[in-house]
Design a protein around this ligand. Structure first.
Ligand code: ZN
Ligand code: ZN
Length: 213
């Protein structure tokens, strides 16, 4: 992994999220990935209003337009070609062939959206799904079981069984149950790959030196 992950483009598609909330999400990402992501840049991607978009296609569009480490947040439903109806529409995904992850806010809306605190909950959920997908971008994998992190919260990489809960239940049990801190196992992985003195930073030096004459 020799790519630069320390800068992240956060691209908003659609206008479900206000610009100030987008910045809040950016600060949350910087906080949770401190030591690994140092800078976030914000952009708004103009696109016609759509009900749904193919998740993979969206990652390719964003990769072409922004390149590098990128997170797209859309208000459209993200579709996959999975035959299982439940997995054919996802909260977020990552394209393994580039460094782009995408998140859909469509299913993160609280049931009583006009009640007090509902918008904050909506933004908190968007942040947590974003942390999970960026985690995948950095090479972290899902925890099939509930993996506790600090303060009794689940690690952002925790994942449950979709079918067991249904979407609303899944979001409440898993997404709301996640905290913003990664568990020791995830932190250990991030440090070993991206931390100072890690194998990848040595690797970068080794490949640069010979070509520099
Ligand atoms: Zn995952
Ligand atoms: Zn973890």
């Amino acid at each position: 992994m020799m790519r630069n992950i320390s800068e992240l483009n956060i691209v908003r598609i659609g206008s479900d999220i206000t610009y100030s909330s987008l910045k809040k999400i950016g600060s949350g990402i910087l906080e949770s990935f401190r030591d690994f992501i140092k800078e976030v840049k914000f952009a708004h991607h103009e696109s016609p209003m759509v009900e749904s978009i193919d998740a993979q296609l969206l990652t390719m569009i964003l990769d072409e337009e922004y390149s590098g480490h990128t997170l797209g947040i859309t208000d459209a439903d993200l579709k996959t070609d999975d035959e299982d109806e439940f997995y054919s529409s996802i909260l977020g995904g990552k394209n393994p062939t580039n460094d782009v992850a995408v998140v859909s806010t469509r299913k993160l809306t609280p049931e009583h959206f006009n009640s007090d605190g509902a918008y904050d909950l909506f933004i908190d959920r968007t942040l947590k799904v974003s942390l999970h997908e960026i985690g995948h971008n950095l090479g972290l994998t899902d925890h099939a079981a509930y993996q506790p992190a600090s303060k009794g919260r689940l690690c952002p990489m925790s994942r449950g069984e979709y079918n067991k809960f249904g979407y609303r239940g899944y979001v409440k049990a898993i997404v709301d149950g996640r905290g913003r801190n990664f568990c020791d196992e995830c932190l250990h992985f991030l440090k070993s790959v991206y931390g100072p003195g890690s194998s990848s930073s040595k690797l970068i030096k080794d490949t640069v030196v010979p070509s520099a004459h």
